[in-house]
Design a binder for this molecule. Structure first.
Ligand code: MG
Length: 161
């Protein structure tokens, strides 16, 4: 039997390196570096996938999308998110809201926030006001603060359809 609502948390971090595109929330952001990984390494979308899977009791992104699978080499993480939405729909839930934080020393993300929310809302099949994305620096501290990585955190609330 389904509970009426369920909450989930997600976290991710990827290395920031030269020669890669920077994609956050499915939006390509002009910057001299990008995130390293098997897919497009969209750290924000990964954190949101984990929050949704966690809320639904469906494990984590690594179990659903193996990073050794050649299908996902360079893949848009929005494909993962779309599949996660299918999985939670099959379990009888829909997304009530998502809140997320991207932690990056650079670049400034505020100019891209509305585009990111719109892109994610479309895939999540929700309205833009049901998803909030915040941007923070790490105050120069640790790997994120040194510009070596970008991190993301997310929470998601699911409700019965
Ligand atoms: Mg990841």
């Amino acid at each position: 039997m389904n509970e009426s609502s369920r909450i989930g948390i997600g976290y991710d971090i990827h290395r920031l390196v030269e020669g890669r595109k920077l994609v956050l929330g499915g939006v390509e952001i002009p910057f001299e570096k990008g995130l390293l990984g098997h897919s497009d390494s969209d750290v924000l979308t990964h954190a949101i996938c984990d929050a949704l899977l966690g809320a639904a009791g469906l494990g984590d992104i690594g179990t659903h999308f193996l990073d050794s699978d050649p299908r996902w080499a360079g893949a848009s993480s929005l494909e993962f998110l779309a599949r996660v939405v299918e999985l939670i729909t099959e379990k009888g839930y829909r997304v009530a809201n998502v809140d997320a934080t991207v932690i990056a020393e650079r670049p400034k993300l505020v100019p891209y926030m509305q585009a990111i929310r719109k892109r994610l809302a479309l895939v999540l099949q929700i309205e833009v006001d049901q998803i909030n994305v915040k941007a923070k620096t790490n105050e120069g501290l640790e790997s994120v603060g040194r510009g070596e990585a970008v991190g993301a955190q997310a929470v998601a609330l699911l409700i019965v359809r």
